[in-house]
Design a protein around this ligand. Structure first.
Ligand SMILES: Nc1ncnc2c1ncn2[C@@H]1O[C@H](COP(=O)(O)OP(=O)(O)O)[C@@H](O)[C@H]1O
Ligand SMILES: [Mg+2]
Length: 311
């Protein structure tokens, strides 16, 4: 088979039984997953759970001890050179010389790759235009971070690995980065996103692998993880009339509370739809009807507890 050739619909990344130890520390302990082409695939987990080691093995930056890894149908362990031009790697903090200027870094990286994007556009997109002539040493943490992401994209990669992309960015910077990541994906790039921010994973990722102590303890879409592992959702509305005893027989409703005019219904499943239907059927249409969905953060805590207790 041609190197790096993939059949249609073949996953961009295939990992099977990946393991890596540092001395006695089993950093990655038998991890298997696939990333589909064009997907934003999230890797979440507490500090030290093996996320970075995993993506380093996928990028050919670290040798694995065991398992099979294919990225764009290439083995990052033995075909690193063929792979290098086709993937985007976010650099770690110490990777650039202090005196190198922003534009020089981008120009250099673009020159090194056979296929490259117009780096001036990346400078604009990632908010570095004003800093293009600044030395790396003079950039703030957030600016460095954005430069690292821009550098990961300059070779117009088919798969890009982003490890804690928004660490050090302020809230506006994070939102801007999320928009850009979506745009990168809309051009067809597959994205593997390591993050410890639950809102980021929930917002961006199509599917998420939850790591714990070097293993994957859950893997699914954010909404499926929330539905499976998070606590109930809660429906709120205001109504000034008599009590509504029929509310508690809404499908999925577990409890109904009332404080003055404020009603709170807690339960599972599509609770908002059931409560809304029941209210409408009784001629009540509250203006402030809303649902408070469980979040990925709650799901993550639920998963961590389950995974912890099974050991
Ligand atoms: N270069 C290294 N040498 C020794 N131990 C390491 C090294 N890198 C990571 N580790 C250890 O491997 C485990 C997994 O680390 P890492 O992959 O960085 O996790 P994460 O990215 O999820 O925080 C941790 O226990 C960490 O201390
Ligand atoms: Mg890490």
């Amino acid at each position: 088979m041609t190197e790096g050739y993939r059949a249609r619909d073949e996953p961009a990344v295939v990992v099977s039984g990946l393991a890596k130890s540092y001395g006695r520390v089993r950093a990655v302990d038998g991890v298997s997953f696939e990333v589909r082409e064009g997907e934003i695939f999230g890797i979440i987990g507490e500090n030290g759970s093996g996320k970075t080691t995993t993506v380093e093995c996928l990028q050919g930056l670290r040798d694995r001890d065991a398992g099979d890894v294919r990225v764009l149908n290439l083995d990052p362990g033995t075909q690193r050179d063929a792979l290098r031009h086709r993937i985007g790697c976010q650099l770690q903090e110490s990777a650039l010389p202090e005196r190198l200027r922003v534009w020089e870094a981008l120009d250099l990286f673009a020159a090194l790759s056979p296929r490259s994007r117009e780096w001036r556009q990346l400078v604009e997109e990632w908010g570095l235009a004003e800093k293009r002539s600044s030395a790396f040493a003079d950039l703030s943490g957030g600016q460095r971070q954005r430069l690292f992401v821009a550098l990961a994209l300059v070779n117009d990669p088919e798969v890009v690995f982003l490890d804690e992309m928004t660490t050090g960015l302020d809230p506006a910077g994070r939102r801007a980065a999320w928009d850009l990541v979506r745009e990168v994906r809309s051009r067809g790039t597959t994205i593997v996103l390591v993050t410890h921010f639950m809102d980021e994973a929930e917002e961006l990722c199509d599917r998420i692998a939850v790591f714990k102590r070097g293993r994957i303890v859950a893997i699914d879409t954010p909404s499926a993880l929330v539905a499976r592992f998070a606590a109930h959702s809660t429906v709120h509305f205001s109504y000034d009339g008599d009590d509504l005893p029929w509310l508690s027989s809404c499908p999925g409703a577990a409890s109904v509370r009332r404080e003055g005019a404020r009603f709170t219904v807690t339960g599972d499943g599509p609770l908002l739809a059931h409560v809304a239907a029941a209210l409408i059927a009784h001629g009540i249409a509250p203006l402030d009807l809303r649902v408070e969905r469980a979040t990925l953060e709650q799901a993550f805590l639920g998963i961590s507890e389950l995974a912890g207790s099974s050991r």
